[in-house]
Design a protein around this ligand. Sequence first.
Ligand SMILES: *[C@@H]1O[C@H](CO)[C@@H](O)[C@H](O)[C@H]1NC(C)=O
Ligand SMILES: *[C@@H]1O[C@H](CO)[C@@H](O)[C@H](O)[C@H]1NC(C)=O
Ligand SMILES: *[C@@H]1O[C@H](CO)[C@@H](O)[C@H](O)[C@H]1NC(C)=O
Length: 245
Amino acid sequence: ETSGHSLLLFGFQNVQSGNVLILPGEFSHWHNMRVIVEELVERNHSVTVLVSTASTTVKYAKEEGFRFQFISVPIEESDFRAMWDKLIDVWMQYPNSSILETVSRGWTLMDSLSTYPSVFCKSMLNETNLGTLRQSKFDVVLFDPFTPCGDLLADMLDVPFIVVMKLFFGYSLERICGQMPSTPSYTPTQPVHFTDRMNFQERVQNFLQYIFHTLMFFAVMHVQMQNIYTDIKEATCSKCLLCYI
Ligand SMILES: *[C@@H]1O[C@H](CO)[C@@H](O)[C@H](O)[C@H]1NC(C)=O
Ligand SMILES: *[C@@H]1O[C@H](CO)[C@@H](O)[C@H](O)[C@H]1NC(C)=O
Ligand SMILES: *[C@@H]1O[C@H](CO)[C@@H](O)[C@H](O)[C@H]1NC(C)=O
């Protein structure tokens, strides 16, 4: 991750000053992005952080050298927090749960997560907000894929994007969108706490977890996200992550 950051910042050094739009995730994802925001500000780039009014962490940060642009969403902060609590709960209980328990929790979770992406994406990318964002003439969008539609935002603004993230369930986004090599026999999935030395039973379990996460990923992306993307932009999204659409 550190080398990723320095590469990114090095790339900006020849430019006098860039105009950067950031779409961060919440909680630890925001801390991760915050480091990059601080470095960009330090190097005199103009930084705008897009944040939903339902945000539970990002919007409470002090605007130090960057500015917030708010996306007003018809969702209460308490409902948004409840959604995250459920997700964190599934994550925490995951290592001690059977696959069946996880599938059943995952299903309940998907149900409760189903309205937010659509509501958020449609608000962020409505004519009014898009018009305002276009006027700012950003050079690049940095987004955390835990916040939906960052790639669609970049596509609609017609600027390049950079994905910034920690890790995804079962490394699905990294493997499927980023072609990250990951051999089930040696690379333990997240968030199961195996090491690279697994016995036969753990390897089988690890392999099943990869399959489970891959199926969940395709279910969420192709059933839910694809509908949202085509609802917002009928023409194909040429710059979106290939695995989404
Ligand atoms: C940023 O701008 C300040 C004031 O204009 C200047 O002193 C400083 O050297 C600049 N920093 C970089 C990294 O360009
Ligand atoms: C777009 O959303 C904003 C709130 O984020 C709202 O104020 C505005 O009226 C909406 N515009 C359209 C065209 O729906
Ligand atoms: C999972 O189980 C281990 C050992 O059985 C225990 O130490 C740990 O606290 C449990 N974790 C949770 C989140 O319940």
